[in-house]
Design a protein around this ligand. Structure first.
Ligand SMILES: [Zn+2]
Length: 233
C-alpha cells in the first residue's frame, strides 16, 4: 500500500452534535481506485450502507455512522471536488430566457452552512402541552430508516421518532406519540430540525450560454452526478 495523503478538515457540525466535540475536525484523504470500485457498485438500495464502508476507508477521527447527515454530505462533496473535478454538468431552464440549456456548474462555489457555536444537544422544544428533547439525525438513522422501509413499514414519522431523546420511551412509544400529536406540534418538531440543517447548500451560479444571464441554481445532491466518472449532463 502506498502512502496515505490525509488532510485535516473541519466539519460543518463543528463537532457540536457529537459526544466528543474534538471530532468536529477530522482527517480525510481523496478516493483511490479501490474506493471508486466500491462507488461503482452503489445502487439506490445499498447506497447508504455502502457509504459507511466507503467513508470509513477515507476518514480518521470519527465513526462514519455517527456523522450527521449534513457532515456526510460535506465529506462526499469534498470527495467529488478533490477526487474528481469541480464540474457538475446539468440541464436546466434559464430563469431569464426560459430556454433549455446545458451548463457546467462549479462545485467549489458551493457554500457550506455551519452549526452555530451555541448549538447544544439535546435541543429542548416546547410543544403545546409538553416539552420534548431532540437530537440531529445521523447516517446511522438514515440506514435504519431504509431498513424500516424495506420491512414495508411507514417511514412518515420514523426519523422524527429517532430524533426524540427520551430514555423512558422505546421507538414504538415515540412513533405512537407522534401519531397522536397535533399537526401544529409536528410542525414545530419539523421546523426545529430544519433550523439546524447544516452542510453544503448546493447553490451555485451559472451563466446562460444563450442570453448571458447570470443565475443561481440549487444542484440536486445526487451521488451519481457528483461521482459519475464521465460526468455527462
Ligand atoms: Zn438564458
Amino acid at each position: 500500500m502506498g502512502e496515505e495523503q490525509f488532510v485535516t478538515i473541519t466539519l460543518p457540525s463543528k463537532g457540536l452534535a457529537y459526544e466528543d466535540p474534538s471530532t468536529g475536525t477530522i482527517q480525510v484523504r481523496p478516493f483511490k481506485g479501490r474506493d471508486e470500485a466500491l462507488l461503482a457498485e452503489l445502487t439506490l438500495d445499498n447506497a447508504k450502507k455502502k457509504f459507511v464502508t466507503i467513508i470509513k476507508n477515507v476518514i480518521k477521527g470519527i465513526d462514519p455512522e455517527k456523522l450527521t447527515s449534513g457532515d456526510v454530505q460535506y465529506i462526499l462533496l469534498w470527495q467529488a471536488i478533490n477526487s474528481y473535478n469541480r464540474d457538475y454538468p446539468i440541464q436546466l431552464v434559464c430563469e431569464h430566457c426560459l430556454k433549455n440549456i446545458q451548463v457546467v456548474c462549479d462545485l467549489s462555489k458551493i457554500n457550506s452552512v455551519e452549526l452555530s457555536d451555541d448549538f447544544v444537544q439535546p435541543i429542548v422544544v416546547k410543544l403545546s402541552n409538553r416539552t420534548v428533547q431532540l437530537r440531529l439525525l445521523t447516517l446511522n438513522d438514515e440506514i435504519s430508516e431504509f431498513d424500516w422501509s424495506v420491512q414495508g413499514k411507514s417511514t412518515y414519522f420514523y426519523l422524527y421518532a429517532l430524533s426524540i431523546v427520551d430514555e423512558k420511551m422505546d421507538l414504538l412509544a415515540k412513533l405512537s406519540m407522534l401519531e397522536d400529536m397535533s399537526p401544529s406540534d409536528l410542525n414545530v418538531i419539523r421546523e426545529t430540525l430544519k433550523k439546524y440543517d447544516h452542510g453544503p447548500d448546493m447553490i451555485t451560479p451559472y451563466i446562460c450560454p444563450l442570453c448571458e444571464y447570470e443565475g443561481k441554481i440549487e444542484l440536486p445532491f445526487r451521488y451519481e452526478k457528483l461521482f459519475s466518472f464521465s460526468k455527462q449532463p
